[in-house]
Write a protein that binds this ligand. Structure first.
Ligand code: PLP
Length: 234
């Protein structure tokens, strides 16, 4: 994992008995090392979307949304996108539930939010591209889960966003910090910066009139603010 990953993430891995190697680079550099060394070490590669299981796990987010909203889909879901597993998993769930006849009407618009310090999906979406070929330069953001400069599944991510009539946008880290505070103060929820990015994104969408005031919009929080204590001011 990158040397500058959150301390909480490193400690959690060590606590669980992982052999943790820190590198001076990004998640993509860590992935390259795993790909290179996996065979000689007999490792099973868990890099994002290079194995079939994690997307099945994240798929359950889609089922939980449907169940908790009593099978009435929201109009849109704003999700903080890094590698794209959540977005693809939820879309898979909605397609399955549609086939099963469990949900009716339109599936939600899938809206991807990223930090402007690392926003390859938002950039490719705005440029009308179908995939991402080059890594986002100098990727840097406080939302470490969003620091994925070249998502492996870029083609599928962009396809789902367009197929759902969604969109992709980016927000600044300063807006993410403000949204973390707002969510804590107004809702009593301590969210991680990735989750807070969804509220910052919603503010953009409202001011640009890209969503309707009457829309039912779901902001997906992907983690606890407690993993980022250093970002919480007194
Ligand atoms: C807290 C958090 N939110 C969001 C993401 C984005 O993940 P994905 O786009 O693969 O669902 C990550 C990825 O590590 C994360 O750690």
């Amino acid at each position: 994992m990158p040397r500058d990953a959150p301390e909480s993430t490193k400690k959690e891995c060590k606590q669980m008995g992982a052999n943790l190697r820190l590198i001076d680079g990004l998640i993509s550099d860590a992935g390259r090392i795993v790909a290179k060394e996996k065979e000689s070490n007999g490792w099973f590669e868990l890099s994002t979307l290079k194995e079939p299981y994690r997307v099945e796990g994240k798929k359950t987010m889609g089922y939980e949304i449907a169940e908790q909203l009593e099978w009435e889909m929201p109009d849109a879901i704003i999700y903080p996108t890094g590698g794209g597993t959540g977005l693809l998993g939820m879309w898979k769930a909605f397609q399955e539930m549609e086939t099963l006849g469990w949900i009716k009407g339109e599936k939600p618009r899938m809206i991807s939010v990223q930090s402007s310090g690392c926003s390859p999906v938002a950039k490719a979406f705005e440029e009308g591209k179908d995939s991402i070929e080059t890594p986002f330069p100098n990727a840097s953001t406080i939302a470490s889960g969003l620091r994925v400069p070249l998502p492996y599944a870029s083609e599928q991510i962009l396809k789902v966003i367009r197929e759902s009539d969604g969109l992709a946008l980016s927000v600044d880290d300063s807006e993410i910090l403000t949204a973390m505070k707002t969510m804590a103060k107004l809702e009593g929820i301590s969210v991680c910066p990735e989750g807070a990015a969804t509220l910052a994104g919603l503010n953009h969408l409202v001011s640009q009139k890209l969503v309707d005031q009457s829309d039912r919009i779901l902001l997906y929080n992907t983690g606890s603010g407690l993993k980022y204590l250093d970002l919480i001011s007194d």
